[in-house]
Design a protein around this ligand. Structure first.
Ligand code: FES
Length: 85
């Protein structure tokens, strides 16, 4: 498990093993767009401002991976990741 922090609200949630960042945020009432939920369409892209992502998508370029993450499939290698939402 790791923590996801939301930069704008300061909210922090735990993403459990087997749950996605997207699922976790939705459980806590956040409405976020998605489509494929398998890391291929690009709909769920968000910027991150801190932490080390574990990119598992097939969408982002190497350059984009430096500040964006697909939250339907990607996770964090660090103990927490901060999203710009
Ligand atoms: Fe398609 Fe995340 S919903 S890449």
């Amino acid at each position: 498990p790791f923590e996801v922090k939301l930069a704008r609200s300061g909210n922090v949630y735990t993403v459990d093993v087997g749950a996605s960042i997207l699922d976790t945020l939705r459980v806590h009432g956040h409405e976020l767009a998605s489509s494929c939920e398998s890391g291929t369409c690009g709909t769920c892209r968000v910027r991150f401002t801190d932490g080390t992502p574990d990119h598992r998508d097939l969408v982002l370029s190497d350059k984009e991976q430096k500040n964006e993450i697909m939250i339907c499939v990607s996770r964090a290698k660090s103990a927490s990741i901060t999203l710009d939402i």
